[in-house]
Ligand binder design. Structure first.
Ligand SMILES: [Zn+2]
Length: 212
């Protein structure tokens, strides 16, 4: 893929797919967007939210970042990109569901096991990866003394990280308030990039279950 291919792609899109969605876009322009779902996924190019759930324009408000992490709520006046998305989705769009979706072979989770401390080009990535630290600690502790492979360690890290990000989501006062009122639900998902399947996290059982 290169930029020339993308430009040609837009031509094809306008000629074929845009026509298919023409009425949808017309309605979305006239009435504005009213997505019911906020999808928080990884920036990984292999995890394409609208593709994996076969959704349409206007269905989901999207936030993708390295590792599908959710920083805990911070009551200050700094630049908080992820928090601004959550705030807008919850308080303005009034989404009914928030999905935090992790995935197999996540580079962010793998990077937790690498030493980036001297890499001056990655100062922001290094800081951002702190949001996966708890998952790494859990995975190491949980698989200690078990003859686990590196792959098992990574899968555990990726999966438990989603649970920690859901915990962080609850630190947002509006999120917690709307959940309490029964107006919002939060979900932990785990996408397998090898077969396209999704597992759903059950916080009560601390287990995942594959969607049929
Ligand atoms: Zn990832």
């Amino acid at each position: 893929m290169n930029i020339k291919k993308l430009i040609k792609g837009n031509k094809r899109f306008r000629e074929a797919k845009f026509t298919q969605y023409k009425d949808d876009f017309k309605t979305l322009v006239e009435h504005g967007q009213k997505p019911n779902i906020l999808f928080i996924g990884c920036s990984d190019s292999r995890v394409v939210p609208d593709l994996i759930v076969d959704s349409k324009p206007g269905d989901m408000f999207l936030m993708r970042n390295i590792g599908n992490f959710v920083p805990p709520f911070k009551d200050d006046f700094d630049f908080h990109g992820v928090s601004a998305v959550i705030e807008y989705a919850v308080s303005v769009l009034k989404v009914k569901d928030i999905i935090v979706c992790g995935h197999t072979h996540c580079g962010a989770c793998a990077s937790l096991y690498e030493d980036l401390s001297t890499n001056k080009k990655l100062i922001h990535v290094r800081k951002w990866l702190e949001l996966g630290q708890k998952a790494k600690e859990y995975a190491l502790l949980n698989l200690l003394n078990k003859k686990s492979s590196k792959e098992q360690l990574l899968r555990t890290t990726e999966k438990i990280s989603v649970a920690y990000q859901l915990e962080n989501l609850l630190t947002y006062p509006e999120v917690a308030k709307r959940i309490k009122k029964g107006k919002l639900n939060i979900h932990g998902w785990f996408y397998d990039i090898e077969d396209g399947s999704i597992e759903v996290y059950n916080p009560k059982k601390a287990k995942y279950k594959k969607l049929k």
